[in-house]
Design a protein around this ligand. Structure first.
Ligand code: PLP
Length: 377
């Protein structure tokens, strides 16, 4: 198998699975229990929190574990609009956020909120200037992702944070950093971001684990799940100890020689780009800078067919976001490509494990697809 879909999810390295297995079978106590097995589980959760918080550069008490990036995004948005309920009902986000941000925004629109969706340019980027133009007195939330999951474009989150400060805006800044964490510079504390979402399974951790950073200045945060009082009373529910241990172990592993891993991914991406663009009819899509995501189009060849065809040969890539399952991607639509280019968009994404031989396999399979199939008219 050639796995080139690391933006969808990543393989769990053995040490991460081992750490989880040990928690599941031996250190399985409930962190709320008052005997040693419970206290050991509680210590594991707090060690995990310290590790993930350390990697993000924040204090452990400002990091709350959740079940996934989607949950973190939903929580951030609902907490932010609650926080700003006396300020107004205007939200700014981008047209190319993940559905985990766009769908809660749509629900808020049904409740009377006004949402401005910033459109990307042809390269896939949005600017802080666009935020400045859209900002109003009654803006309560700006939600901007760090790295777009389909184009790999890096968004100017640091600049937007500075802009909000300069304008004395009361809007909170949320950043979905699910695709950015441990891939590109990410510093919520230094930048002055209020809320930041993470997910474990994009960096070699298990599915079912995420985190939300909340700035120390955010007081009386609205709890996501009222209940038994876990996660500082903000997100009740017995802690997913194995997932948290796996998340933390994945962070530790990923951080080992991180610069080298990122250089490797960037090299692989450059190699992949060069090889795929050498196929007549393949064009670049957007100009994403993140080291792990490359979008191209095999113009006129429907991407769903490419993905199925390559999948049958054991090559895993994605037609835009894996979350859209065949539906036309809103990110591709927002780039205003011509119909045939839009139809053929595929996303190839890399991890530290990806080799040049994987790329050669993809190249050959794409070439074969092109030679064996007919383009749309
Ligand atoms: N945000 C972005 C940018 C993503 O790419 C994803 C997953 O693909 C998510 C949020 C959702 O994360 P999770 O799968 O952990 O819910």
């Amino acid at each position: 198998m050639i796995y080139l879909d690391h933006a969808a999810t990543t393989p769990v390295p053995r040490p991460v699975a081992d750490a989880m297995y040990q928690v599941l079978t031996e250190q399985f106590g409930n962190p709320s229990s008052q005997y040693p097995l419970g206290r050991e589980a509680k210590a594991l959760v707090e060690e995990g929190r310290a590790v993930v918080a350390g990697a993000l550069g924040c204090r452990p008490e400002n990091l709350h574990f959740t079940s996934c990036g989607t949950e973190s995004d939903n929580w951030a948005i609902s907490a932010a609009v609650w926080q700003g309920r006396h300020t107004g009902r205007h939200i700014i986000t981008t047209a190319v956020e993940h559905s985990a941000v766009l769908e809660p925004c749509k629900l808020l629109q049904q409740q009377g909120y006004e949402v401005t969706y910033l459109a990307p340019d042809k390269t896939g980027h949005v600017t802080a200037e666009q935020v400045a133009q859209a900002l109003r007195e009654d803006t309560v939330l700006v939600s901007m992702m760090l790295v777009n999951n389909e184009t790999g474009c890096i968004f100017p989150v640091q600049e937007v944070a500075r802009l909000l400060r300069e304008k004395n805006s009361r809007a909170l800044l949320h950043c979905d950093a699910v695709q950015g964490f441990l891939k590109v510079p990410c510093d919520p504390v230094g930048w002055g971001v209020d809320l930041m979402s993470l997910s474990a399974h994009k960096i070699g951790g298990p599915k079912g684990a995420g985190a939300l950073y909340t700035a120390p200045a955010l007081r009386n945060l609205r709890p996501l799940l009222p209940g038994g009082g876990q996660e500082g009373g903000l997100r009740s529910g017995t802690e997913a100890t194995a997932q948290i241990a796996g998340f933390a172990r994945a962070v530790v592993l990923r951080q080992e020689n991180l610069a080298e891993k990122l250089r490797h991914m960037a090299d692989i991406k450059a190699y992949c780009r060069e090889r795929l663009l050498s196929i007549p009819g393949v064009v670049p899509v957007g100009q994403g800078e993140a080291p792990h995501i490359l979008a191209v189009s095999l113009v006129g060849y429907p991407s769903a067919n490419i993905v199925t065809d390559l999948g049958a040969k054991g090559i895993c890539i994605s037609a835009g976001s894996a979350c859209h399952r065949g539906k036309a991607s809103h990110v591709v639509s927002a780039l205003h490509l011509d119909k045939k280019t839009a139809a053929g968009v595929i996303r190839v994404s890399f991890g530290p494990e990806t080799t040049r031989a994987d790329i050669d396999g993809l190249y050959q399979a794409l070439l074969d697809h092109k030679n064996q199939r007919f383009p749309m008219l």
